[in-house]
Design a binder for this molecule. Sequence first.
Ligand SMILES: [Ca+2]
Length: 375
Amino acid sequence: MIVPHRLRLLVVSVLLSVAGCGGSGEARTGFHAALAASGLTGPTAIAFAADGRLFICEKAGAVKVLVEGQSPKVALTLNVATSLEQGVSGIALDPDFATNRRLYVYYTANALSLSPPPSPSNRVSRFTMTGDVIDPASETILLQDIASVSGTHNAGCLRFGEDGKLYIATGDGGVPASAQDLGSLNGKILRINRDGSVPGDNPFVGQAAKRAEVYAYGLRNPFRFTFRPGDNALVIGDVGQDTWEEVNVGGAGANFGWPLHEGPSSDPAFVSPTYAYNHNSRGASITGGVFLIGSNYPEEYRGRYFFADFMQYKLNHVAIRLDNTVSAVEGFGSAEGLSSLGGSVVDIEQGPNGDLYLVDYLSGVVHRISFTDPP
Ligand SMILES: [Ca+2]
């Protein structure tokens, strides 16, 4: 159906009015939100295969696979501990997934899991997929006994770097001092080879009483991280305690301060956050984030770092330059005519199609944000 231009404008303006996008400035038209997946129970993390299949983790133990246009199907069910923040919290596909069908999952093992730990603890395991199913018997545990003492601050983001190494975010597990203890796997970014061995160029290899897997430390709950295009620096969203949410940028050996210091610091012993925002007496929990690369979104969004706040129902984007200066943080949602967005976002990924996908934990959905040039 061909809709006259004036009518289209009228329809758009009515939609925007309903969405409550009045006030200062006009909304940027052309953005659309659609449900890529719904009916999920506590989705925590997603990852895309190059073939377009979307993998979705649910906290209580499921890894689902979604073929576009179909409903998500359970590919794997893990025995997980689910107290507080425990469960399945991260997934990454092998850089050679198209040929070896391997994927990696971060989850809190319970007493039923393979090689049961004495108490729930986090592990990273590799699995092999056959068709749209992941055989539980294909599990190879690469790293385990990442403590989850209190059930909180498990982190769990998994990503492969450009160097082909697997990077793993771990939280302090509710024991803040562990983040500064280089003999502990907690409160860190870890870096391992795909077979679980330790790369020889990790910063603390061969040093007494230090875990060779440690790559960066001093983190409280680095729930999500990514790599900056251009220099592949780690960009880490670290969930704060009482005052500050942090975006930390750094590399091998960086100490981001927790629990000795939280928020901006002039102490040369710590890498101060590149960006931090104060809770201002509200709850806050930073999640996200990705750099938008190779998208058809308008120029002003490209290359920017998108992140969210799980507690404050906010989406933002910011430029994080190679010299670690940042631009003013801008909201994403209402200014784009997408006021219905901004739920409890726990993960943001970019699909092979260039669109952003947002995981809304409480609503049990994955939103897809696409852009088409307005007429
Ligand atoms: Ca810090």
